[in-house]
Design a binder for this molecule. Structure first.
Ligand code: XMP
Length: 476
């Protein structure tokens, strides 16, 4: 048997090339996520329950990337997370949430909490605007009172077609934060909020769909309700679906891809994970619009330890990217990215984007609470195939927290861990993108495709690796 060599990020370096770039701002990180979808920075947040729900996905889109909402939620919950992202940051929210005047204050509070919004439009049975209630109206009101007792009735509105500048003027003139948009008969057509206008101005690089709404993706599994789930996610506005299975070069994955594409031919579909050229070829033949690459490379993965299977990440990406290139299908490098240098190497080796888990876990936007241990702050970050994640899923399904016999049979392929609390993800992404921009410059490239053409890797020895780290100094 011949042994093929497998390399990963720490085995190689990119050879510096002549560069005419005088400032990092001359580089362009626009890249393809999938066949028909582009994003403005090459980062995708992982579909894991300790990484991506609506808060992370919203922040990723604002920065120019995209987040994939994990699938370990009920269909309704997951679709709601997608909706929350789609409704945040667009200049005009279509179909804003509304309530009828006869409902109680308690109903309004519950509804607003569920949708994570700070106010509701009040409409009659024909969707005609008759009032507005905000947090301030509801907060200390008697919960049994009706909406009509507390709502503001003389609502300042604007007509459909109002421009952004006109909306800003109206909001400022009346010192209000919400501007309902109505048609000539007073029927609600949309809502413009001061928060969304500010967001738009603050995040000029945001990834958006054709209607100016943030891009968002969502994961589905290969068993049970995946078609029903896909339908709800697409209805909620998901721009891309990800078929998520540990061993993506499998009959299960391929038949799921075919079934989703058959049911929803216009759906942008990513599938993974795989780690070989043949895996990429087979998923592409099944109809995917991007392939997710990485088996056992993730920080919390123990797949290689438990099963003995996997391919070092750089080789896996290179092998799959050759096939992806032949078919015009982008490759996503998933797992094992610890630094902007790793991300640059993944992109240089042929990936169009990089999916990141641990680097984004532990941020304000990742799900979960901050824990303190020995005076330091952490957040939980766990493998989706870890025992803890499985117990979580099981207890959600059955309502019980106990580890029953059936789970004792479970063979975990991931671990539960903690990552340091890191503050906001926006700062992490600034560091990551700044590093990749510099990486492009070292390769003499202005764009990611140019870097892929120019890239020359050099394999390094252990001594070369040691030299690449800070050495012979005491770190502060
Ligand atoms: P990083 O290195 O960014 O990796 O933390 C994130 C990726 O790891 C994968 N993942 C797993 N792989 N067992 C595995 O073998 C698991 O339990 C597990 N959970 C997540 C996944 O591809 C993710 O994007």
């Amino acid at each position: 048997m011949e042994f093929k060599e497998g390399l990963t990020f720490d085995d190689v370096l990119l050879v510096p090339k002549y560069s005419d770039i005088t400032s990092r701002s001359q580089t362009d990180l626009t890249t393809k996520l999938s066949r028909n979808l582009s994003i403005n920075i090459p980062f995708v947040s992982a579909n894991m329950d300790t990484v991506t729900e609506s808060s992370m996905a919203g922040a990723m889109a604002r920065a120019g990337g995209i987040g994939i909402i994990h699938r370990f939620l009920t269909i309704k919950e997951q679709a709601n997370e997608v909706l929350k992202v789609k409704r945040s940051g667009s200049v005009m929210i279509e179909n804003p949430y509304s309530i009828s005047a006869d409902k109680s204050i308690e109903d309004a509070l519950d509804y607003a909490e569920d949708k994570e919004i700070s106010g509701l439009l009040v409409v009659d049975s024909n969707s005609k605007l008759i009032g507005i209630v905000t947090e301030r109206d509801l907060l200390f009101a008697n919960k049994e009172n009706k909406i009509k007792d507390v709502m503001t009735k003389d609502v300042i509105t604007a007509k459909l077609g109002v421009t952004l500048e006109e909306s800003k003027e109206i909001l400022h003139k009346h010192r209000i934060e919400k501007l309902p948009i109505v048609d000539d008969s007073g029927i609600v057509k949309g809502l413009i909020t001061s928060k969304d206008i500010t967001n738009n101005a603050d995040f000029p690089n945001a990834s958006k769909d054709g209607k100016g709404r943030p891009l968002v993706g969502a994961a589905v599994g290969v068993k049970g309700d995946f078609l029903e789930r896909s339908e709800s996610l697409l209805e909620a506005g998901a721009d891309v679906l990800v078929v998520d299975i540990a061993h993506g070069h499998s009959e299960n994955a391929i038949s799921t891809v075919k079934n989703i594409k058959k049911a929803f031919p216009n759906c942008e579909l990513i599938a993974g994970n795989i780690a070989t050229a043949q895996g990429a070829e087979d998923l592409i033949k099944a109809g995917v619009d991007a392939v997710k690459v990485g088996v056992g490379s993730g920080s919390i993965c123990i797949t290689r330890v438990i099963t003995g299977s996997g391919v070092p990440q750089l080789t896996a990406v290179m092998d799959c990217a050759k096939i992806g290139n032949d078919h015009g299908i982008p490759i996503i490098s998933d797992g094992g990215t610890r630094t902007s240098g790793d991300a640059t190497k993944a992109l240089a080796s042929g990936a169009s984007t990089v999916m990141v888990g641990s680097m984004l876990g532990g941020t304000d936007e990742s799900p979960g609470t901050v824990l303190t241990k020995n005076g330091k702050r952490f957040k939980v970050y766990r493998g989706m195939a870890s025992l803890a994640a499985s117990i979580g899923r099981k207890s959600k399904e059955t309502g019980s927290m106990s580890l029953d016999d059936d789970l004792n049979d479970y063979v975990a392929e991931g671990v539960e861990a903690m990552v340091p609390y890191k503050g906001t993800v926006t700062d992490i992404l600034k560091q990551l993108t700044g590093g990749v921009r510099s990486g492009l410059s070292y390769c003499g490239a202005h764009t990611i495709p140019q870097m892929q053409e120019n890239a020359e890797f050099i394999k390094m020895s252990r001594a070369g690796f040691a030299e690449s780290q800070p050495h012979d100094v005491s770190l502060m």
